[in-house]
Design a protein. Structure first.
Length: 180
């Protein structure tokens, strides 16, 4: 299944008319930090055909498209891959995600959670592991340089394949869950 995409300005116009079904694919903690109204929370790391069907069961008008929203658009692409064999309504990716919607004036609800975005968490973790490998390699044993090489290889793989194992792992961490 190939999903279509919609630009942020066009989506904002449609959103203001109402009646859209929007799946927010970000982590619970990210959504608690900031979100837009009328979204179904379904983090991409738990998304599968069954959870998607269940989420839409009470919200979806069968002839209306479903909009996929994440922070920048990458997780929406991942969601399409996960749902490619599912009998779904038309899926539309919001280009640029929430970042682009904010730039186009959509009203954002700011929560009390001061969460660091998953994207920033990945950059912090990759930088810290690379620095750690260099420091340990210089002080203790040159074999620790392989840690930096491993992280660099992972970043290259992520860029080439447009998937991020570190991001999927970080999304499952307890600090990315909403505390009840």
């Amino acid at each position: 299944m190939n999903a279509t995409k919609i630009s942020a300005p066009l989506f904002v116009q449609q959103y203001q008319q109402g009646g859209n079904t929007i799946i927010d694919l970000r982590t619970e903690a990210e959504i608690a930090s900031e979100s837009i109204n009328h979204c179904i929370n379904l983090p991409v790391q738990v998304l599968d055909e069954a959870s998607f069907t269940q989420a839409l069961s009470s919200h979806q008008n069968k002839d209306r498209p479903v909009y996929l929203l994440c922070q920048s658009g990458k997780r929406a692409e991942m969601a399409i891959e996960k749902l490619k064999r599912c009998d779904t309504p038309q899926l539309i990716i919001i280009e640029g995600g929430l970042n682009a919607l904010k730039l186009n004036g959509i009203e954002v609800i700011n929560g009390s959670n001061n969460m660091i975005s998953l994207e920033r968490q990945i950059r912090i973790a990759a930088g810290a592991l690379t620095l750690l490998g260099v420091i340990l390699g210089g002080i203790i044993n040159p074999i620790y340089y392989y840690l930096s090489a491993f992280v660099g290889t992972g970043l290259m793989f992520s860029g080439i394949t447009d998937t991020c194992g570190m991001g999927l792992l970080l999304a499952k961490m307890p600090w990315n869950k909403v505390k009840q």
